[in-house]
Structure formats: C-alpha cells, structure tokens
Design a protein around this ligand. Sequence first.
Ligand SMILES: Nc1ncnc2c1ncn2[C@@H]1O[C@H](COP(=O)(O)OP(=O)(O)O)[C@@H](O)[C@H]1O
Ligand SMILES: [Mg+2]
Length: 261
Amino acid sequence: MSSNTQASNQTADLQLQVQHLKNEMRNLQSMAALGELTGTATHEFNNVLMTVINYAKLGIRNRDDASRDKALNKILEASERAAKITNTILAQAKNRSESFEPTNLVEIIESSLILLEREMRNYRIAIETEIDPSTPMVTASGNQIGRVLLNLLINARQAITEGGTILVRLAPSQESGWVELTVRDSGSGIPKESLPRIFESFYSTKSGPDESGKGGTGLGLAACKDIVDAHQGRIRVESTVGVGTAFIIRLPIASQAKSAA
Ligand SMILES: Nc1ncnc2c1ncn2[C@@H]1O[C@H](COP(=O)(O)OP(=O)(O)O)[C@@H](O)[C@H]1O
Ligand SMILES: [Mg+2]
C-alpha cells in the first residue's frame, strides 16, 4: 500500500471516529435534557405524595370536623396537582416519535411551569408570563421544546441567588414567519468573555449538581442548541452582569397556521 493510500485510509478512519463521537455526544446531551425533566417530575410527584400522606395522618389523628375538612381539602388539592404532573409525563411518553407537528407552545409553557411551581416558590422566585394570544402554532416537537424550556428555567433559577423574577414570554416575532419564546431572569448575568462558550458541551461554571440534583454537567445549553437547530430555529442570549439574562428562541410558524393567517 502506498503511503498516500495509507494516509487517506487513516483520514477516513478518523472521520468515522469523529462522527461516532459526535453521535455519542448528541445522545449524552439529549439524555441530560431528558434527565432534567424526569428528575424534576419524579421529585415533584414525590413531594405531592408526602403532602397526601401527612394530611391523611393528620385527619386520622384529629377527629374533629374542622381538622378533617382541612385534611381532605389539602389531599384533594395535592391529588389534583399529582394528576397534572402525571399528565405532563404521559404527554412526553405518548409523543415518543418526537415528530415535528403543529404545536401550541402555550400548553408546553403551562406544563413546564406546573412542574417547577413548587421549586420556584421554594427559591422565592416569582414567575411571570406574557403570552400574546395571537401567537400562531409552530412546527415543533412539543416534547423537545418542553425539555429546552425546562433547562432554560432551571438555569434561570440557578442564576438567581436571593430571590428574583423569571419572565416567560411568547409572541410572534418582528420578522414574519417566526414565533419567539423568551426566558428572562433577574439573575447573576453572564460575563462577556464567557458568552461565546456557554453553548459548548461540558462548559459549566457550576461546581456540580445543586441540592436538587440539577445542573453542573454543562450539557444543558448544548442540548437546547441541538434541539433548536434541528427545528431550523435559532437560540440567542442577551446578558448583563448584575442585571440578568434572556434566552430568546425563534421557531418557525406551522405551515397550516401560515396559510390560515
Ligand atoms: N440564565 C443564566 N444565567 C447565568 N448564567 C447562565 C444561565 N444559563 C446558563 N448559564 C451559564 O452557562 C453555563 C452552561 O449552562 P448549561 O449548559 O445549562 O450547563 P450547567 O447548567 O450544567 O452548568 C452555566 O454553567 C452558567 O455558567
Ligand atoms: Mg443547565
């Protein structure tokens, strides 16, 4: 074999290996995004169960009507929340194909916020939503966008130390044909020199997962970017240290919605 052929064989080999590693990386990233979701949902579900158990015990211990009424009401409230959480997980499971179809982002936003409701309250974070009712549907996998949103919301939460605000905004984009989904936080902000790196795999400024087991892998934003790219969308970031950060995602309007407009 000539040294030329040998070299080109080697190059082909290396290219294969790089391709293989890229695929592995993609798998890791999507598993990280899915892990963030199932982790949150399981944790929330468990919390609801604890509430049910504790109020059931309280109702059994206290025989008076007032205590029993209170216990039953709390159990009802918690069970309704449990049903919402399972619905969110079931919706993920049902849509296994991860297919791209006309999707109403309002539903995706609502179910993500239900999952994080209690966690946000615990960290004294107020969630605001600003949803333009004229926003058309987008062509998207609701599951995948749900994971993106959850990742962005958890990052936002982790950037806020002493309580703050997260705004989720949905509106048609200035540029026609697109919808814009924004997650804005009043957190620490990102220094200018770090901005170019945040979408890199394994880039993280966190020392490891936080007390709820989230973050620290540096895979979250890389997964978000992968998902948005696969949607032919765009994700960008605006940040000011000490003021906060906004991640702005653009997704294409569903073609049906376009012709209906
Ligand atoms: N909303 C935000 N505010 C401030 N910094 C952020 C925000 N989102 C992401 N970052 C920065 O980008 C890094 C990468 O984020 P990510 O890929 O989700 O990884 P991880 O959360 O595991 O660190 C974070 O470690 C953090 O430094
Ligand atoms: Mg993260």
